[in-house]
Design a protein around this ligand. Structure first.
Ligand SMILES: *[C@@H]1O[C@H](CO)[C@@H](O)[C@H](O)[C@H]1NC(C)=O
Ligand SMILES: *[C@@H]1O[C@H](CO)[C@@H](O)[C@H](O)[C@H]1NC(C)=O
Length: 333
């Protein structure tokens, strides 16, 4: 009986008049969204638009065949036109959030369409003037503050066109949800900056230990309006978000001597436990070697003598290596 409803709807809206010129399709897509009051976020928009175009083409072919007498009925676009009707695939957005999707469907649908087709082969925000010089956290577990500050600096640069160093010490001393030099969370830091603002590194320099809060509201250097977390564990979404947003706060498993002693190359350590995340860094880009080895580029806070001038390249699209996509977030400025 449910099938009948679908068929009825298709027949009712069957005379929209089709023209499958690409520009025309884009215009019609916009009109279609307005007509049916559809709103999507960027990822879903790509996915929906793909389904919609596929359905439009299917409709056109079917209706031409119908003109030739091959079918006894015609098809037309309607409010269901953004669904993926392939029998083997579950419509990934039907369940609500992306996290509930079966991994396989998710991979084939979103990964192929967004990651392979739409994203550039490499992104490096160091070349866009959105990343400040590498710092050294020293004897203080303030990686979370450096990671948060890095993401804030990126958004500030994007917004103002100016690269300004912000103060991790401000967060270490003043974020009430974090534990200063014992650890903390980037999302708590963003929440602090959302409610208070943050001073610049020049006005509130790094001290390598927790001290009483000296935040100066008259010298506010940046503030965010909100922050977001990325669906856990998906490197495709991570890449798409990085490309769209800028540098992101991420956290990885680093409980291994080989991480601590990393010098160069693409880090891939089978002993890296993606379920035990311990260290925050800043994701600033991704790329691929001439041999096709894919990597992420992260900025660490261990000084410039660690790794590749303070950076690490870490294996990308290898099952969320070290948990790179497990706890990613960014501020909205
Ligand atoms: C706070 O910032 C303002 C503006 O930069 C400055 O004039 C003032 O001296 C600062 N206060 C302290 C206690 O540093
Ligand atoms: C996670 O890492 C910490 C620090 O190395 C270790 O003490 C802990 O046992 C690990 N937890 C799990 C579940 O492996």
């Amino acid at each position: 009986m449910l099938l009948c409803v679908g068929v009825m709807l298709l027949v009712v809206a069957s005379d929209l008049g089709l023209c499958l010129d690409e520009d025309d399709l884009d215009t019609q897509w916009e009109q279609w969204k307005t007509t049916y009051g559809k709103e999507y976020d960027d990822y879903e928009e790509v996915y929906r638009n793909n389904n919609w175009k596929k359905n439009m083409r299917m409709i056109e072919v079917h209706n031409q065949e119908a003109e030739q007498g091959k079918h006894s009925y015609k098809l037309g676009m309607n409010q269901l036109g953004d669904l993926d009707f392939s029998p083997t695939k579950t419509d990934i957005y039907n369940q609500g959030t992306m996290q509930v999707c079966p991994k396989d469907d998710y991979r084939t649908v979103v990964y192929d369409r967004i990651c392979s087709l739409l994203l550039p082969r490499s992104v490096d925000y160091r070349e866009e003037g959105m990343v400040t010089p590498v710092k050294n956290q020293g004897h203080c577990d303030s990686c979370w503050a450096f990671s948060a500050v890095g993401a804030l600096e990126g958004q500030l640069a994007k917004k103002t066109g100016k690269l300004l160093e912000l103060s991790p010490q401000n967060l270490v001393d003043c974020d009430p949800e974090s534990d200063g030099c014992v650890g903390g969370h980037m999302t708590d830091a963003f929440y602090y900056v959302l409610t208070n603002g943050i001073n610049s590194e020049r006005d509130y320099p790094y001290m390598e230990e927790k001290q009483p809060c000296r935040y100066n509201a008259s010298a506010i250097a940046a503030q965010c309006k909100d922050f977001k977390e990325i669906p856990e564990g998906d490197e495709c979404i991570l890449a798409a978000t990085l490309y769209k947003v800028g540098p992101l706060s991420v956290a990885i498993n680093t409980n291994h001597v080989k991480f601590m002693l990393y010098k160069s190359g693409i880090y891939y350590n089978p002993e890296c436990d993606k379920d035990n995340i311990s260290h925050a860094v800043l994701l600033v880009g991704y790329g691929e070697t001439a041999e096709g080895e894919k990597y992420w580029i992260v900025k660490n806070s261990f000084g410039t003598s660690w790794g590749e001038d303070g950076y690490m390249r870490i294996a990308r699209n290898r099952d969320n290596h070290c948990g790179i996509a497990s706890q990613a977030s960014y501020p909205i400025m």
